[in-house]
Each structure stands twice: as structure tokens, then as C-alpha cells.
Ligand binder design. Structure first.
Ligand SMILES: NC(=O)c1ccc[n+]([C@@H]2O[C@H](COP(=O)([O-])OP(=O)(O)OC[C@H]3O[C@@H](n4cnc5c(N)ncnc54)[C@H](OP(=O)(O)O)[C@@H]3O)[C@@H](O)[C@H]2O)c1
Length: 267
């Protein structure tokens, strides 16, 4: 009997959904989670039928403090051994920093930051007992980029997540547990519409827009190999390389073409 399970947050659409399919294809049973119960129910049925694996789901809002513990308890009570924890759920805050209520930033940091840390903290204990486990954290190319004029907090939380993932590796790699920070560039998903930044996405050149399926496939391969970092696609590997070597001041010369509106100075 196949007892390998993966838990995927933000599994109702985009990169998370494609990661779910990619893992199902590799014979992992799944626990899908996000806020949209009906969508998860449908997807569970579909994935289970198409890939002949067990798929369960639980709706959960990761901006709620108790959500990570509830997810952990759900898996524990059902006897699911989570071999792969995929921290993918995310969004961006539309609007200027000075205009949004602080509750919005708190919600954002909880979903993209605290919930990730909390899930890792709980599931890693079981992984340590088994002496094996894989963690995937969906970060972003924004972790390497200069501060953006559209999203004040998005880059910083993704940089934080990259460093957190590195820390997990340092501390647990020799015990059989690895953490992979996946840093996609622009990916065609609901993200930009859901986050109110579709205009930005519309003006990005098409060679820079990647399919969620391609991103997910590279992410899963890297995670199963225990790679520390994964930047899906050649395009963004080159961009991240350039971001590391070119002074950020010079990057503004090309940013108007590659990422319109993202690095303009708001004077
Ligand atoms: N698309 C890009 O260009 C891009 C680039 C780099 C990195 N990323 C990262 O990729 C990850 C996935 O985004 P995506 O592009 O696939 O966007 P997406 O299609 O909008 O998916 C986001 C997922 O997160 C879930 N989610 C949002 N808020 C949640 C909450 N409060 N509690 C629980 N789940 C929540 C959504 O489900 P529900 O609405 O059902 O809750 C959905 O399943 C994010 O971490 C994002 O930062 C995206």
C-alpha cells in the first residue's frame, strides 16, 4: 500500500494545483488545502481519478492563527504521514503601503510567513522521527530583486523565506530533511488578478511569462532531489544571475522593459 503523502497549501489553483498533479503523477497521495472548499472537493475527485492516488482536502484560511495547527491535527488524526510539505499559498497586497489598513499586512505576513514557519515547525518533528522529509517553500524571483514600487512587502517576505529555507537546510540536512526554496518569475496563474496587479502582468513581455505546469515540474524535481534553491526556467535563471552581479542601480535601466512599473521612482 502506498502511504506516501504530500500536503500542499494553496492547492486550489495556479502553481499549487500543478504541483499537486506533478506529485500525484509520481504516485504521492495528497492532502490539498486552501480556503475554497468546493473547488478542493472537485479537484480531489479529479486528481484521484486521473492519477489513481488517494486525495483528501481540508479548507483552511492560513491568515487565521489556529490554521496551521488544525492542518497538522487533521493529517495526524487521519494517519497521513506527510513526506513532502509544500508551502505555496500566497497573494500580494494591492494598493500603496500608506493606503492599506495594518490588518492587511498582518494577514499577508501570516499567510506568506508565520503559517509557513508554523507548518514547518510541526511537520518537521515527524520528519525527524522518520529520518526523512522534503519541504518546499514557494518564494519568488522578487527575493533577489531591488525593492519594488508596486509591492512594498512582497520582496522582503520572499527574501526572508529564502533565508529561512537555507536555515532549515543547515540545521536538518544531515538528518535527512531538506528544504527547497523555489523562486519563480512571472507565472500565468490567478495571482495577479486575485492580488489586483493584473495590469503589471499584462505589460510584461510574453517571453517572461511562464506556465504554472512548467514551474511546478521543475519545483517538484528540485525538491525530490533535495536542492536548496530552484529558479524555474532558463529565462529567470539568467535574470537571477544578473540580479546577483549587476548593481541594483543599473538594473533600473532595463527594468522599464522587463518589469514595467515595478521599479519606477514614486516622487
Ligand atoms: N504567479 C506568479 O507570477 C508568481 C511568481 C513568483 C512567486 N509566486 C508565488 O507562487 C505562490 C502561488 O501563487 P500562484 O501564482 O499560483 O497564485 P494563485 O493561482 O492565486 O494561487 C494562490 C493560492 O493560495 C491560496 N490562498 C490565498 N490566500 C490564502 C489564505 N489566506 N489561506 C489559504 N490559502 C490561501 C489560494 O486559494 P484560495 O483562494 O482558495 O484560498 C490559491 O490556491 C504564491 O506564494 C506566490 O507568491 C507567484
Amino acid at each position: 500500500m502506498n502511504s506516501k503523502y504530500a500536503l500542499i497549501t494553496g492547492a486550489s489553483s495556479g502553481i499549487g494545483l500543478e504541483i499537486a498533479k506533478s506529485l500525484a503523477k509520481r504516485n504521492f497521495n495528497l492532502v490539498l488545502t486552501s480556503r475554497s472548499e468546493e473547488t478542493l472537493k472537485e479537484l480531489s475527485r479529479e486528481i484521484s481519478k486521473n492519477f489513481s492516488v488517494k486525495v483528501d482536502f481540508i479548507s483552511s484560511d492560513l491568515s487565521k492563527k489556529e490554521a496551521p495547527k488544525q492542518l497538522y491535527d487533521f493529517c495526524k488524526n487521519k494517519g497521513y504521514q506527510i513526506e513532502i510539505l509544500v508551502n505555496n499559498a500566497g497573494f500580494a497586497i494591492p494598493g500603496s503601503f500608506d493606503q492599506t489598513p495594518m490588518e492587511e499586512e498582518e494577514r499577508f505576513i501570516r499567510v506568506l510567513g508565520i503559517a509557513v514557519i508554523s507548518l514547518c515547525k510541526q511537520f518537521i518533528k515527524d520528519m525527524l522521527e522518520r529520518g526523512r522529509g522534503r519541504i518546499m517553500i514557494i518564494s519568488s524571483v522578487a527575493a533577489f530583486a531591488p525593492p519594488s514600487s508596486i509591492q512594498t512587502l512582497y520582496g522582503p517576505i520572499k527574501t526572508f523565506m529564502n533565508r529561512f529555507s537555507e536555515g532549515l537546510n543547515l540545521n536538518y540536512n544531515h538528518k535527512g530533511i531538506t528544504s527547497t526554496a523555489v523562486c519563480p518569475g512571472y507565472t500565468i496563474t490567478n495571482f495577479h488578478t486575485a492580488s489586483g496587479v493584473q495590469n503589471e502582468m499584462d505589460s510584461v513581455p510574453s517571453f517572461m511569462k511562464k506556465e504554472a505546469k512548467q514551474v511546478a515540474e521543475e519545483a517538484v524535481k528540485a525538491t525530490l532531489k533535495g536542492k536548496k534553491i530552484c529558479v524555474p526556467s532558463i529565462t529567470f535563471k539568467v535574470i537571477v544571475f544578473l540580479l546577483k552581479i549587476i548593481p541594483h542601480g543599473l538594473f533600473s535601466l532595463v527594468s522599464g522593459f522587463l518589469a514595467p512599473g515595478r521599479y519606477q521612482k514614486n516622487s
